[in-house]
Design a protein around this ligand. Structure first.
Ligand code: SF4
Ligand code: SF4
Length: 355
């Protein structure tokens, strides 16, 4: 880890002792293809009314650029999510891209709208060892799905979840989950959504919506602490740009570009170090993108065991995990989340996924 404690942007009176930073990130979000078959109004990118701004970030990462990034990341065997503001099933030559990641020992975790998941592709996910597939559904009522996603496709995505489950069967992977992003349109359906899918899929995720740069309805501790995302996650956009945070779809908080330098140089670089310094010294107003964000509180989980489920709740997310399927939530997939049940009889008998 480079030592920036004497840099000219450091105020010596604050006696800053930098927190440790791993040589490479443990979770990487790579926007292989910023393209989507939906235009969800809630989407930070595709929900924008500024077509020019969307056009400016749309694009495909060239395979050679992806391979360079994967080769540099390989020693860390991180979890890779192959989409940021794109639908991952639309990545050109998706199967080869997945093989590229699995051959390098990475855990592959996808968040998809599920609309183009065929049985053949579901089979490929099983055979290639894809570690996790989460379907964004957001509703139990078709009219609500339409309001949130802009299309009448609730039965289609629900069928895709069941297709994935059927093809996967009793095998460990992929871990299959569904998610609901809580907002005014579906607030009354949260309980029904959890009841409908708990025990069916391996995990149900409920999260709060990001609106106008704030996470709506989040209740955070009084004392702010440095955001764990800065130490765990690297978001890489399709042109190699790295931003502070995955919430920055329009790339306003750039800290480097892996196409121009390297993953390690950006992750360990001065721009990222400055952001961490401002967080660690409580100068949040010096980081405009983080200044008003409450996402820093999302990593502190309380756990409860109920009805065969391990329920993990933070200020932003609640996960309803089937205890009998926890084995597939292996360490590489946790993205830095600590599992409090480790050491108890509830703990998954976790082994790293075969690679
Ligand atoms: S499916 Fe995802 S990436 Fe596509 S518009 Fe909706 S929220 Fe955005
Ligand atoms: S504070 Fe918010 S914007 Fe900043 S890195 Fe954390 S989650 Fe992202």
């Amino acid at each position: 880890m480079k030592d920036f404690s004497k840099a000219d942007w450091v105020d010596p009176s604050l006696n800053w002792t930098p927190l440790p930073v791993s040589p490479l990130p443990e979770r990487v979000i790579i926007d292989y293809a910023t393209k989507c078959n939906l235009r969800c109004p809630m989407c930070p990118v595709w929900g924008s009314e500024e077509e020019g701004a969307i056009d400016a970030v749309t694009g495909i990462m060239p395979p050679a650029a992806v391979m360079k990034v994967l080769d540099q990341l390989a020693p860390a065997r991180p979890m890779v999510q192959p989409s940021l503001y794109g639908e991952p099933l639309l990545i050109p030559d998706l199967r080869q891209r997945i093989r590229d990641m699995k051959e390098r020992g990475m855990a592959v975790a996808m968040n998809t709208n599920g609309l183009t998941l065929t049985e053949d592709l579901a089979n490929f996910f099983v055979e290639s060892g894809v570690d996790s597939v989460f379907f964004s559904i957001d509703a139990v009522e078709p009219a609500t799905y339409h309001e949130i996603r802009g299309v009448d496709q609730l039965p289609k995505v629900e069928a895709a979840v069941h297709r994935m489950l059927k093809v996967r069967g009793d095998r460990d992977t992929p871990r299959v989950g569904v998610s609901l992003t809580l907002q005014d349109a579906n607030r009354d359906q949260e309980a029904a959504f959890v009841a409908k899918w708990s025990g069916v899929v391996d995990c149900v995720r409920v999260g709060l919506i990001l609106e106008d740069g704030v996470i709506k309805g989040i209740d955070v501790p009084a004392e702010r602490t440095p955001c764990p995302a800065l130490y765990k996650t690297m978001p890489i956009h399709n042109d190699g740009t790295v931003t502070i945070c995955c919430l920055d779809g329009f790339r306003t908080s750039v800290v480097g570009n892996v196409a121009e330098t390297s993953v390690e140089e950006v992750w360990q670089g001065e721009e990222f170090a400055k952001v961490r310094y401002y967080h660690e010294t409580g100068q949040y107003d010096k980081v405009p993108f983080c200044k008003d964000c409450q996402g820093w509180a999302q990593y502190d989980y309380q756990e409860e065991v109920r009805d065969g489920l391990l329920i993990r709740k933070s200020a932003e997310f609640t996960y309803y995990n089937r205890i009998d399927r926890l084995k597939n939530w292996q360490p590489q997939l946790r993205g830095g989340h600590e599992l409090g049940l480790v050491g108890t009889e509830m703990a998954p008998k976790a082994e790293p996924a075969a690679v």
